[in-house]
Design a protein around this ligand. Structure first.
Ligand code: UFG
Length: 327
């Protein structure tokens, strides 16, 4: 198949691209490298460097090969940043996305796999969250993703587009070649690993007064390779004529920030300095998935669900690339 991975130079996109190339698909990556890295793109994929709004690059991406399916991962995705800049998030995650959908229509491409998020849910709903749980995002980031999900539904009705929206929970871990390297890191596990390496001072624990077992926020951490496998299955599902679907992707268990710190110390065999800090803007207390529906529709089940495996793979990658990607 010929696949266009938009945002394929980012953390999750690079692992999705790696899996697709391994599956002998022909992969075009469209990425402006604003947060992604050229070296993160698998060598057998063809990189078009450009933004979604760059008409010439977009045309190149759609005409180099006849595209069977688009995988759209290009977005701004930091919850606390979205609280500070809701308009910027709206522009990047909604408006730019509709430009991509217009280009798909123009080039006769009707299938898309979209990266959505657990942040679309009402975090006060009972856990685990199912796709039928109430949708009330607690931050602008979640609202932009929910809005784009709605736009996909509208386009499906109007233009016959078919989509799979994948609601990721907390993606972590690494493959052998691709891991997490954000120019400004905000995610818990890479920060803790950097602190274990001695490359960072004490990591703040944002909030110790949440209504959780130890007062720190609870998340459902899911291995990036399992996330990539879900994309492979979602593409196959759409190619075989599957109906549009919206699916949670999580490991179906919650871990508190303190529990994750404990696991990082056990896996690395090193102490990790931390310091208590106030809650971070936009953070919900708890997010835990039910992934039953993804099992039913895609036959997907996490294979790398244990938190020690997730941390171990991220740690191996970090030690291999202590400075991250070359450029
Ligand atoms: N945390 C800390 N200290 C830090 C960093 C994080 O205590 O220095 C805490 C956060 O408060 C949160 C947990 O660790 O409770 C996880 O935080 P991350 O920043 O790693 O991830 P988020 O839960 O904020 O968000 C991630 C993605 C979102 C996605 C969400 C889905 O970045 O795009 O998971 O659950 F929507």
């Amino acid at each position: 198949m010929n696949l266009l991975v938009v945002g394929g130079a980012g953390y999750i996109g690079s692992v999705v691209t790696e899996e697709l190339v391994r599956g002998r698909h022909s992969v075009i990556v469209l990425d402006d490298l604003s947060t992604g890295h050229r070296d993160a793109v698998a060598p057998l994929a063809y990189l078009v460097k450009g933004a979604i709004g760059d008409a010439a690059r977009l045309r190149e991406a759609f005409t180099t090969k006849e595209i069977d399916c688009v995988i759209h991962l290009a977005a701004r995705s930091i919850v606390s940043d979205s609280v500070a800049d809701p308009e910027g998030y709206e522009e990047a995650n909604v408006r730019q996305g509709t430009i991509l959908l217009d280009a798909m229509k123009e080039h006769g491409v009707s299938r898309i796999v979209f990266s959505s998020t657990a942040a679309v849910y009402d975090a006060s709903a009972p856990m685990p969250l199912r796709e039928t749980s109430p949708l009330v995002p607690g931050n602008p980031y979640g609202w932009t993703k929910l809005r784009f999900e709605e736009i996909l539904r509208e386009r499906a009705r109007a233009d016959g587009m078919r989509y799979v929206s994948l609601r990721y929970f907390n993606v972590a871990g690494a493959s052998i070649d691709h891991g997490e390297d954000h120019r400004r890191e905000t995610h818990l596990i890479p920060l803790l690993l950097d602190a274990a390496l001695g490359a960072r001072e004490a990591v703040p624990v944002f909030g110790s007064d949440y209504p959780t077992q130890d007062g720190t926020a609870v998340r459902d951490y899911i291995h990036v390779v399992d996330i990539a496998e879900a994309h492979v299955r979602a593409i196959r599902y759409l190619m075989e004529g599957g109906a549009s679907a919206t699916l949670n992707l999580g490991a179906e268990r919650g871990l508190s920030v303190r529990e994750v710190i404990g696991w990082v110390e056990r896996v690395t065999g090193r102490g990790v300095p931390t310091v208590e800090a106030p809650r971070r803007a936009g953070d919900p207390p708890s997010l835990i998935a039910s992934s039953e529906e993804a099992g039913r529709v895609l036959g997907w089940r996490p294979q790398w669900g244990d938190i020690d495996t997730i941390i171990e793979t991220a740690w191996t990658w970090r030690q291999r690339y202590p400075e991250g990607y070359a450029e």
